[in-house]
Design a protein around this ligand. Structure first.
Ligand SMILES: [Zn+2]
Length: 223
């Protein structure tokens, strides 16, 4: 049995009951709270891993990534460990953060500010965000800004500096550096290329497929 944490809590509904999770349930291990929830078929109730209630039979256990998913499968939250709790399930909490970033990317946003907005510590927010989204909140903010910048570059005639400021990156040289890092090219080059492509194919929205690969590469080096 390995002590390794499974990475990638995927969005698939139900998870496998690994030996690691089973040991966490038997040991009421609070460090797994929020990482998964377990439901017990025979009682129709679901719990946090740390719940002190009697250990279930292994064959009756179902594992879910979020309380929402267990609720969708008609399990009721345990009265003792309150798995739906006062706290929102991680996915919903992170959705609040991404919605905030998507609306306010043009303003300065710090992790501390985001944490205050979303009622959590910066550390917990960072950790939860990364678990759900597989990237850090800072990286999400950067990518949101660069994605908007690409739209503006293609759809407007604003200068590079103006577009940088519009997406919350008023320091133009930093904007260009970040743009290069994420897309692999300069803002001016991106605009130029899209103008050429649009002239050739007016239905095309923009040449933004090539960046997906880079996103994945970046994930590996930024932790
Ligand atoms: Zn419980």
């Amino acid at each position: 049995m390995s002590k390794r944490r499974e990475s990638g809590t995927s969005s698939s509904k139900e998870q496998e009951l690994t030996e690691e999770k089973w040991q966490a349930i038997l040991g009421n291990d609070p460090s797994y709270d929020g990482h998964f929830f377990y439901a017990v078929k025979s009682t129709g109730i679901f719990c946090r891993p740390s719940c002190k209630s009697k250990a279930p039979k292994r064959e009756n256990v179902r594992i879910f990534a979020s309380a929402t998913q267990a609720l969708q499968e008609q399990f009721r939250p345990c009265k003792r460990c309150k798995p739906t709790g006062e706290r929102l399930p991680d996915e919903e909490w992170v959705a609040v953060m991404t919605a905030y970033i998507d609306r306010n990317y043009s303003e300065p946003i710090s992790l501390e500010f985001l944490a205050e907005m979303c009622h959590g510590s910066p550390y917990h927010l960072h950790r939860t965000f990364k678990k759900v989204m597989a990237i850090t909140p800072t990286e999400y903010l950067r990518r949101t800004r660069i994605a908007r910048a690409r739209q503006y570059l293609v759809q407007t005639d604003q200068s590079i500096a103006e577009i940088g400021a519009m997406v919350g990156l008023p320091n133009t040289s930093y904007f260009i550096t970040l743009f290069k890092r994420i897309t692999g090219g300069t803002p001016a080059g991106y605009r130029q290329r899209n103008k050429v492509q649009q002239a050739m194919n007016p239905d095309m929205e923009g040449a933004n497929d090539e960046t997906e690969q880079e996103y994945r590469l970046l994930d590996n080096c930024e932790t």
